[in-house]
Design a protein around this ligand. Structure first.
Ligand code: SF4
Ligand code: MSK
Length: 621
């Protein structure tokens, strides 16, 4: 495959050319080396859950139809799906736990490096949870909030607080199905229990546990991550900044922060302004310190501070290949194990910071939340010391960069609408906006980078569907200029008029992967305002280039919350026609929504528009 066929992004194409010329292996080369992928794996028909196996089911020939224990294709495929959901939910929710712990530390040691930047939001949460606030300090109130949060990780059976944000009819549906999450950690543990050899074998029962676990992510761990990150680091407001590899500087110390958690990246942004560090950078011959983001930790600081974003998932290796990155600081999730190897071809230092994610070949500087600012400065110092090692002769920073407008938290959206959802509801009722679609998720080298994200978003806005985005999808749109108010020119007449009146783009960046919880909050608020269920809304979701288990958890909580969700490729379930039918058809009668699978982004848009029009008709719009 030619380099320009691997990505639609000109900056990525240029770095792929450089990688090829210099013999540096990238994710695309490794994908090629894996061909053909194992057919049993693709269909979800291999099992390694016990030592009588590994077993595989032969769906077409005369080979075995049962594993050694007797598990059939339905059992094997559904157990795998449930484990994927559990892993994705665990990743989001454990991230959420770290935020809760940082939040609690800020409450306990009010003078630490973490402060409550949004006390108003903290008080709103306290009121939502009926926590008394009169005559109490903000720290006392925060401790009570953190008690509730921590309790929800291993709680004793009460409802998750945030599920009460969903319409009553949806809450009642979850209760009647027996899928109310009983604790964020508990659901993940139960998934692992039920999928070991000889426990749950019924694909419907297993899928219901997958649903319950995904809800504990979307309305639990992810929502805690979002809400308390907003309290700690500030609720995003409208910000402007720059995106793509062109944000790297040829004269400054470039530091790329990559991963997911804002606890370190947010502090890094402030630490980089330290006059002593700036002085040191100048002494080393640099003009300054340039902090850039990558993937979702990048999205966190983009949303709150307008920090430049160097790229999305498939650009992590390419950023290093520019030859201009002094340090890539990583925390957790979506970090390719290949980074230290690529960095070895240059002067770049990969600095790992989490005890949960150690990378052979990287420099490990454990991030100490109690001394967050000190650790951040120490890491920045390592990058500055590395600047003189940059070989300017090998530096090749693509000039491609694009502006963005972001920061669309629920609060920002409400603010832009004048404090109430009414103008948005009126626009939907009048048909100027036909509906809303959330485009989320990753890149995947199996798909031309950003192609599906951009083609889908363009087709939707052209048809007057407002698009909200998170994660790497949002970064793709930033690079393509869809996050600029001028992108309204690409929208249909109705949507364009609304965007121009409000001064916002037709594609709204709502944050990182855990911030899909913001999409749930908006969906619930609209449904509540209209007095209907989320599944009644002209609303849909898509993950058109997904790769992570986290995307499976997100898709499952979207569908379980009543949101029709389109994927470009299925998770490994096709080996079980029963499970496939349940996910793509049967779920409609259970949770009021299904998954659809369609590779072509224009056809994906067609499916979404058809769904939106069907819902509009049913609502009498
Ligand atoms: Fe094989 Fe059953 Fe063991 Fe899986 S659990 S490896 S299907 S014997
Ligand atoms: S970073 S989960 S590649 S969206 Fe959240 Fe991007 Fe997917 Fe990671």
């Amino acid at each position: 495959m030619k380099n320009h066929e691997k990505s639609i992004d000109p900056a990525s194409q240029k770095m792929l050319d450089k990688a090829y010329a210099e013999g540096i292996q990238t994710v695309w080369d490794r994908l090629e080396a894996q061909q053909p992928h194992c057919g049993f794996g693709e269909l979800g028909l291999c099992c390694r859950h016990c030592n009588m196996g590994p077993c595989r089911i032969d769906p077409f020939g005369n080979g075995p139809k049962l594993g050694v224990c007797g598990a059939n294709a339905d059992t094997i495929a559904s157990r795998q799906l449930v484990r994927m959901i559990a892993a994705g939910a665990a990743a989001h929710s454990d991230h959420g736990r770290d935020i809760v712990l940082a939040f609690r530390a800020a409450a306990e040691h009010g003078e630490g490096d973490y402060k409550f930047k949004d006390e108003k939001k903290l008080l709103a949460l306290a009121s939502e949870f009926n926590i008394p606030t009169e005559g109490r300090t903000i720290q006392e109130i925060a401790l009570d909030v953190s008690d509730i949060a921590l309790d929800e990780y291993g709680m004793r059976g009460q409802k998750l607080q945030f599920t009460k944000r969903a319409p009553k009819v949806r809450q009642d549906l979850w209760t009647s199905l027996g899928v109310d999450p009983r604790g964020i950690d508990r659901e993940v543990v139960e998934c692992m229990h039920r999928t070991t050899m000889g426990v749950d074998t019924d694909y419907v029962n297993l899928t219901l546990q997958g649903i319950r676990t995904s809800l504990s992510d979307g309305w639990g761990g992810s929502m805690w991550a979002t809400e308390l990150s907003d309290v700690l680091f500030g609720t995003p407001e409208v910000v402007k900044g720059w995106s793509n590899l062109g944000v790297l500087s040829d004269k400054e110390v470039n530091i790329v922060v990559h991963g997911h958690e804002p606890t370190l990246s947010d502090i890094i942004v402030f630490a980089a302004r330290d006059p002593e560090l700036l002085k040191k950078a100048k002494e080393k011959g640099a003009e300054g310190i340039n902090i850039c983001g990558m993937c979702c930790t990048g999205n966190e600081i983009l949303m709150r501070h307008g920090v430049p974003i160097a790229g999305n998932f498939l650009q992590q290796e390419l950023a290093i290949i520019t030859g201009a990155v002094e340090a890539m600081i990583v925390d957790v999730q979506c970090i390719m194990p290949s980074l230290p190897t690529v960095a070895n071809c240059f002067h770049t230092k990969v600095i790992s910071t989490s005890p949960k994610a150690v990378f052979p070949g990287a420099t490990h500087v454990p991030f100490d939340e109690k001394n967050a600012m000190e650790t951040a400065k120490q890491i920045i110092s390592i990058a500055i010391d590395n600047y003189p090692n940059r070989n300017q002769g090998r530096v090749n920073i693509p000039s491609d960069r694009m502006g963005y407008m972001a920061g669309f938290s629920v609060e920002t959206i409400l603010g832009a609408l004048g404090g109430t959802l009414d103008p948005l509801l009126d626009a939907i009722k009048s048909g100027s906006i036909r509906g809303i679609a959330g485009i989320v998720g990753c890149n995947n080298p199996k798909v031309r980078q950003d192609h599906n994200h951009i083609a889908l978003a363009k087709e939707l806005i052209k048809n007057n569907v407002l698009v909200v985005e998170t994660g790497c999808a949002a970064i793709a749109s930033a690079k393509a200029g869809l996050l600029l108010p001028e992108a309204a020119d690409m929208a249909g007449e109705g949507l364009a008029a609304v965007c121009r009146a409000l001064g916002v783009p037709p594609v709204l960046h709502m944050g990182s992967c855990v911030d899909n919880s913001r999409v749930l909050v908006v969906a619930a608020a609209i449904a509540n305002a209209l007095g209907v269920d989320i599944s009644d809304l002209p609303l849909a979701a898509a993950a058109p280039e997904w790769m992570s288990e986290k995307a499976v958890a997100i898709g499952t909580y979207a569908v379980s919350s009543g949101i029709y969700t389109v994927l470009n490729s299925p998770p490994p379930v096709l080996g079980s026609s029963n499970l496939t039918n349940l996910l793509t058809a049967g779920a409609e009668g259970v949770v009021g929504a299904v998954f659809a699978v369609e590779a072509d982004p224009v056809k994906q848009a067609g499916l979404i528009i058809e769904h939106i029009e069907k819902k509009r008709t049913a609502l009498g719009l």
